[in-house]
Design a protein around this ligand. Structure first.
Ligand SMILES: NC(=O)c1ccc[n+]([C@@H]2O[C@H](COP(=O)([O-])OP(=O)(O)OC[C@H]3O[C@@H](n4cnc5c(N)ncnc54)[C@H](O)[C@@H]3O)[C@@H](O)[C@H]2O)c1
Ligand SMILES: [Zn+2]
Length: 357
């Protein structure tokens, strides 16, 4: 087990159960309330119950899925907290993916002006990305994460054992963020990752710790996302547009699948902007394609993608903001590119369909 210490809480990676037990007993909480959805109730709660059979828990259950990450579900959570007569010293335990973590953390931070909460993220995406950084919230008026707060949990408990029951597309989706972390900040980690072509054979604990350290580094250097933290946006300017557009269709992509495409396009932009070596461009593109496959983008919607990028909340002065690579492990924030280049990068991705893998 490894411990990563942040300013006011720690992240436990691996067999964290003894630490969790001692955290719960030392905390002398009024109540332990676990927030689950139907999947984490079925697959993750039994693990917790097995490990901590003598601890008393109350349960709040919500429906899974991004479509439930909204104010109505929050009302249900707050109502349940009142019905359970949770005091200021009750602990909310968010057991689930990023939806449970973001929304549970938001509800805990606002119920009676804030009660303690911990994150037990159960997807790769939530472990490596959503559960550090203090961003909590819900979707509102079709704006993703439109309402929320920055607030930190009392602890984050990460166990790759949860992946056993995770659908393989969900695992792969989270892996996009692991790839991203290596590409923006850790060339050695990238050299290691690019040799991994079977996600079922990966030693996750060794992979998670360096990845979490990278996220921790950017979060600590810029807790409220004013500048440097934008590095984590690599692949996301184009990726978000592709993800957002896909949501309107009957073939939506998972977040990581869209970010994978975004990373390939933005690697190509890095070549145009910084003359990133062609060898690196080819390696990054090929590896991401090997893991994620190729999802052709419809040429007739290229203009729509561009429009969506222009509306991104990270832009300033109307220019589309990118974080691009100078080399593997080296990122540069606040880059702008002409629209022609962006369209060229989408075409570059489409042309890769011909690459034999
Ligand atoms: N706060 C942040 O900084 C941050 C960063 C990235 C993403 N996010 C948010 O995270 C959310 C996405 O997170 P996600 O990908 O974890 O999605 P999710 O929470 O919807 O989980 C994906 C699916 O897997 C199921 N599941 C979870 N754990 C399981 C397990 N161990 N076995 C079987 N099924 C399991 C869930 O019930 C759900 O159906 C988005 O809302 C996004 O906005 C937040
Ligand atoms: Zn992401």
């Amino acid at each position: 087990m490894e411990i990563l210490s942040l300013q006011d809480y720690s992240i436990y990676v691996g067999n964290f159960w003894p630490e969790l037990r001692s955290f719960l007993s030392k905390g002398k909480f009024h109540k332990h309330i676990i927030l689950v959805d139907e999947n984490t109730e079925a697959f993750c709660l039994p693990l917790l119950m097995n490990q901590l059979p003598d601890i008393n828990f109350e349960l709040i259950r919500i429906s899974s899925g991004e479509q439930h990450k909204n104010i109505n579900t929050c009302k249900n959570i707050w109502t349940s907290l009142f019905q359970l007569e949770a005091s200021r010293n009750a602990l909310l335990i968010n057991l689930g993916g990023g939806v449970i973590g973001d929304m549970g953390g938001f509800c805990a931070s606002t119920y009676k002006r804030g009660i303690p909460f911990i994150q037990i993220p159960s997807t790769l995406l939530s472990q490596v990305d959503a559960s550090i950084g203090g961003k909590l919230g819900i979707d509102f008026l079709q704006v993703k994460n439109g309402i929320g707060v920055f607030n930190n949990p009392h602890g984050v408990f990460i166990d790759p054992g949860f992946y056993q029951t995770l659908p393989k597309e969900e695992l792969r989706s989270g892996f996009a963020e692991v790839i991203k972390h290596s590409l923006i900040a850790d060339q050695k980690q990238w050299d290691y990752i690019k040799q991994q072509d079977d996600l079922t054979l990966i030693n996750w604990e060794t992979l998670l710790v360096p990845s979490l350290k990278i996220k921790k580094h950017f979060v600590e250097s810029d807790p409220f996302e004013k500048g440097l933290r934008k590095a984590l946006n690599f692949g996301h300017t184009i990726g978000h547009a592709i993800e957002g557009f896909g949501l309107e269709t009957n073939q939506p992509l998972l977040h990581g699948e869209a970010i994978a495409i975004g990373m390939i396009c933005e690697t190509f932009l890095s070549y145009l902007q910084f003359q990133l070596e062609q060898e690196h461009v080819a390696q990054i593109s090929k590896y991401i394609l090997k893991i994620f496959g190729h999802h052709p983008l419809d040429l007739q919607y290229f203009g729509d993608y561009l429009e969506l990028m222009k509306n991104d909340k990270k832009n300033t002065d109307g220019a589309i903001n990118f974080s691009l690579l100078k080399g593997p492990g080296q990122v540069q924030v606040n880059q702008t590119c002409p629209p022609g280049w962006i369209l060229q990068s989408l075409q570059y991705y489409n042309d890769l369909a011909a690459v034999v893998i």
